[in-house]
Design a protein around this ligand. Structure first.
Ligand code: APR
Length: 247
């Protein structure tokens, strides 16, 4: 692994424009469960029953009781880890500009990144299903489920549920940045959900280097990514940043 860390440091040092695509894996070390694999949310719940827009419209109380309440408690208390802090440090060093994240936990912003594209929206805000008024999740009283807007409409997370479109500006900017970068770090994603998993492909086709950080192989490995550094985001980002700072 040391040689791959060294390779990543050289590639980052040589790159002009660096971006990162992140997934649930980067937040695991902050106590937020992933969606797939061991201990994943979708091992416990059927995503079509608790995270599809039809399920939310059909029975918002069920979705709130099973998924949203649990996620709210986790997201309300989670803190950024060394993986998030490493990306924020790369921004401070003038190496990284934008983070494209599939995560809805707001931890990249909490770590200090200033340009974060929330590709799947966010859990930090709730939106009224009738009038679209927004409320900060931490201010939402969940003693009554589902919680309601002052207009009487039901509140829902301002996140993208299965069956919904990716926010247009997020999709458009992400494609732009993927096609414009010299190097894309792909951290903690199983790269199985579209169109997010398309971003490394766009980057590769546009001539960028694609470097994966993940304890496991993904569909990108050996196909799209130049190399995979196998391990946890926190440890690997610490080592990369420490070596870059010495240059
Ligand atoms: N550091 C880095 N990566 C890790 C770590 C770690 N410590 N631990 C696990 N991983 C990797 C896993 O090997 C896996 O490849 O993180 C990945 C998590 O994959 P998923 O749970 O599928 O999460 P993600 O790719 O973000 O899912 C995409 O699916 O359910 C939807 O909307 C949801 O945004 C989510 C999307």
């Amino acid at each position: 692994m040391d040689d791959l860390i060294q390779q990543a440091v050289e590639d980052l040092a040589a790159a002009g424009k660096v971006t990162a695509l992140t997934g649930a894996g980067i937040s695991i070390e902050s106590g937020i469960p992933p969606f797939r694999g061991k201990g994943g949310l979708w091992e416990r719940f059927d995503p079509m029953e608790v995270a599809h827009i039809d399920a939310l419209v059909r029975d918002p109380a069920k979705v709130w009781n099973i998924l949203v309440k649990e996620m709210k408690e986790i997201v309300d208390t989670a803190e950024p880890n060394d993986g998030h802090k490493g990306l924020a440090r790369l921004e401070e060093m003038g190496k990284l500009e934008t983070v494209i994240t599939q995560n809805v936990d707001g931890l990249h912003q909490a770590a200090g990144n200033t340009d974060v594209i929330e590709f799947h929206g966010t859990f930090a805000w709730q939106r009224c299903m009738d009038c679209s008024r927004k409320y900060e999740t931490r201010d939402v009283d969940i003693s009554k489920i589902p919680p309601c807007c002052i207009c009487g409409g039901i509140l829902r997370p301002d996140a993208v549920f299965f069956g919904e479109m990716i926010p247009q500006d997020a999709l458009w900017r992400s494609r732009q940045i993927a096609s414009d970068c010299d190097l894309m770090l792909v951290i903690g994603t199983s790269a199985t959900v579209q169109p997010a998993a398309l971003m490394p492909v766009i980057a590769k086709e546009s001539g960028a280097k694609v470097v994966e950080i993940n304890p496991e192989r993904t569909p990108l490995t050996d196909q799209i990514s130049d190399y995979l550094i196998m391990g946890g985001a926190g440890d690997i980002m610490n080592r990369i940043v420490a070596a870059l700072e010495k240059l």
